[in-house]
Design a protein around this ligand. Sequence first.
Ligand SMILES: Nc1ncnc2c1ncn2[C@@H]1O[C@H](COP(=O)(O)OP(=O)(O)OP(=O)(O)O)[C@@H](O)[C@H]1O
Ligand SMILES: O=C(O)[C@H](O)CO
Ligand SMILES: [Mg+2]
Length: 415
Amino acid sequence: MNKLREDALRIINNSIDSVLPEHAVKSQLSSMSLGENIYLVAIGKAAWRMAKAAKDFLKEKIKNGIVITKYEHSQGIIEGLQIYEAGHPIPDENTLKATRKVIEMIKNLGKDDEVLFLVSGGGSSLFELPNEGIELEDLQKLNNDLLKSGANIVEINTIRKHISQVKGGQFAKIAEPAKIYALILSDVIGDRLDSIASGPAYPDSTTLEDVKKIISKYNLSLPENLLHAFSETPKSLRNVDTYIIGSVNKVCENAKLIAEQLGYNSIILTTTLDCEAKEAGLFLASIARELIEKDRPINKPCAVILGGETVVKVQGNGLGGRNQELALSAARGIYNYEDVIIVSVGTDGTDGPTDAAGGIVDGQTINKLIKQNIDVEFALKNNDSYTALDAIGGLIRTGPTGTNVNDLIFILCGA
Ligand SMILES: Nc1ncnc2c1ncn2[C@@H]1O[C@H](COP(=O)(O)OP(=O)(O)OP(=O)(O)O)[C@@H](O)[C@H]1O
Ligand SMILES: O=C(O)[C@H](O)CO
Ligand SMILES: [Mg+2]
């Protein structure tokens, strides 16, 4: 493996390590003084690890607890906790079943009880009970349409919150009068608390008016029963304290630190990249060319680091994810350049409905694709970045990481 690639993988692995849930949860809990009657609810892709850390720290103070995570994200039994796996990114039967268990557990709590609510990305699909009149099939179709519409996560979750019995602050209402302490691993750009996992314990800043606007903006066609099932969400809550314990900002800062230790001049360009993945790829390639040809805006060897989450409007029927699509698109702009790598990777280890975390490309990527008879433009048009990158060793596979705080994107240039 060449040095740039080796360094890139080291930056990826070490910076993801820095936002693993264990440390974040324990250091937050050690600064709090919780009582003796704690009920734990953990939702999201990082739920198991967050719950395990909390259980190790609080021990028998936790009276009961439920963990809901994505399939294959549980790492086994945690004594005293019930663990469920459910559908993601589309909710399924197990989502509803596990969510009902949570409601049963918290609906009769008293004012001396406390709920430790551990929240991570993916929670929207894993924790859900829709409003009366909405069948699971309706919910699944709506989620599917939303995910493919090109709407961003704030818009998607605005819709999700208004057809739900638990999202948009409603979970906190059900737990009243118990106090909720929410520890959040943010996967939403700008850390919007009412959007992360659709904010089950946070006052909702969005309204039914916003729902209407989003439906018309993306031309969504909803069945009649769904249109009648929307409901307004709470705009204030009195029983919740909220703490952000990890975010993409921290990943980028750590990536910068590691790159510097490896000898690269480093800058963080943004932690809020949120445009179309293909466009972001071309933009990054143009920055890479500037670095190579003009030594601007920093001198080689260098690392230019970005954080955020791009969007893909899926129109083809290929396989891929936003990070793979960004990387494949970027490859076009660094065609035949030497000593440069562009990487885009989801910190959760799962980019789109694939087993890859993201993509890694260089100046030879396009040549390798040509040798395999793969047309990069067609692959991009067909949203088939996975197949293309897989054929030429351009996928990054970390497996599920246990954390989930947006995407890390960077350019690495040799001397
Ligand atoms: N073939 C494809 N090519 C490119 N992107 C795709 C493709 N299929 C799906 N996607 C994108 O993948 C996204 C879902 O991927 P992923 O599970 O990584 O999202 P996520 O943001 O990590 O999920 P969550 O926000 O629930 O944690 C969809 O929004 C869709 O835009
Ligand atoms: O679950 C969700 O809604 C997304 O991951 C954002 O938190
Ligand atoms: Mg992902």
